[in-house]
Design a protein around this ligand. Structure first.
Ligand SMILES: [Zn+2]
Length: 404
């Protein structure tokens, strides 16, 4: 009898120990980490592109592998409606269905409901919303969110949290925070698969004391990693970076910190240097649809402008993406807004831009050249303009000297 018991317990320990985070380099507050997940090893800081319905808009999984993308985010809300989580389960899970062998993170579905549903209420049971497809009122309790996410089978699942608008003030901020802690406990109870991990989400709005309180409770319950939620909702940048800095300062170092919904290049760099490790945003692919390419020099390149009509350079001559190796600004200018290939070409470039930016941050940490990197990055992004005050404040807080 005994050997059997020992074997089974060893197996389950082996499964959980497969998922772990190691900090392999550190400069100031920033870390270069390695997150081991069941489907890939993710180097952090990392940007996770968002594949809404089990597909990246205009980009194939094979192309993401070529870019060395190791982890994607998929939206539970969209997949739960179409094709439906039961069908994804029947297809063998999300990895198999979308032909993506590497890691996936799914959100809880709650945030999408808040942003997409006309009618949405929250009570202790969960989130109630009107289905945009059938018009019926539906309930999403924490247990249901986990059931759906377990059917999808992502490496990382997110807890259902009580999302309120970031500019909300008053007692509701603290109530939503406490409710999110209770809902995490319900999610944990419903979580049965050992090959998936569950991230808690730190809430507390822009109130730094509430954030600290929430970190304390959530960190106690976190196993592999933790998220900082409720930001990027239109708050002042001066509040945004202070919340990230405050949470990172009190979070235990062994947990990777995922700042949800962050994707502007400057935000990625500043948050990484403040000690955050994971980010996601639809920004690079959404902005590509309007013909906007992300570039180091000047930040943005609007390829629909007439000046690119006869510009036969690649978007960025230092970029190694397929688009920059193959097509000119003039070609993209000619097809953008007319042919879907235009959006595809810019999306490929923009995702590569974000992945390369994070790689450069990790390299700067490894080579202990963070100050040099920061000056060269900000100098290029804001060439011809001023570095915003919030960036200067955050850089000052980290103890680096800006010469740009
Ligand atoms: Zn490129």
């Amino acid at each position: 009898m005994a050997p059997n018991v020992a074997t089974s317990s060893t197996t389950s320990e082996a499964e959980t120990s497969e998922m772990k985070f190691d900090v392999i380099g550190r400069v100031g507050l920033a870390r270069h980490g390695r997150l081991r997940l069941p489907h890939s090893v993710v180097e952090t800081p990392v940007f996770m592109p968002v594949g809404t319905q089990g597909t990246m808009k205009g980009v194939l999984p094979e192309q993401l592998i070529d870019m060395d993308c190791r982890i994607l985010l998929c939206n539970t809300y969209h997949l739960g409606h179409r094709p439906g989580h039961e069908r994804v389960r029947a297809a063998g899970g999300l990895h198999k269905m979308m032909n993506w062998p590497r890691s996936i993170l799914t959100d809880s579905g709650g945030f999408q409901m808040v942003s997409l549903s006309k009618l949405m209420t929250v009570d202790e049971n969960g989130v109630n919303f009107e289905s945009p497809h059938t018009g019926e009122m539906m309930a999403l309790p924490p247990e249901k969110s986990i059931e759906i996410q377990q059917a999808l089978g992502a490496d990382i699942m997110m807890q259902l949290d009580h999302v309120i608008h970031v500019l909300t003030t008053g007692d509701i901020v603290e109530e939503a925070m406490h409710r999110s802690i209770r809902w995490l406990d319900r999610c944990t109870k419903a979580h049965t698969r050992t090959d998936q991990t569950l991230f808690p989400i730190v809430q507390g709005g822009l109130n730094l004391d509430l954030r600290k309180k929430c970190v304390e409770e959530m960190a106690k319950r976190a196993k592999v990693g933790i998220a900082i939620g409720g930001l990027s909702g239109g708050e002042e940048k001066s509040s945004f970076w202070r919340v990230v800095a405050t949470c990172c300062a009190v979070l235990p170092p062994h947990l990777p910190r995922y700042v949800m919904g962050v994707g502007f290049p400057v935000d990625l760099v500043i948050c990484s240097l403040l000690g955050a490790d994971m980010f996601d945003c639809v920004y690079p692919t959404r902005t590509a649809r309007f013909g906007t390419a992300l570039v180091r020099r000047g930040g943005l390149m609007q390829l629909n402008q007439n000046r690119y009509k006869t510009d036969f350079e690649p978007i960025d001559d230092r970029c190694t993406c397929h688009t920059c190796r193959t097509y000119t600004r003039a070609y993209i200018h000619g097809v953008i807004g007319k042919e879907t290939v235009g959006c595809h070409l810019v999306s490929v470039h923009n995702i590569q831009h974000q992945l390369d930016l994070m790689r450069d941050v990790r390299r700067a940490i490894d080579e202990e050249k963070v100050g040099e990197f920061l000056n060269s990055f900000l100098g290029e992004q804001f060439s011809g303009g001023e570095v915003p005050q919030w960036v200067r404040d955050a850089v000052g807080h980290m103890g680096y000297k800006l010469v740009v």
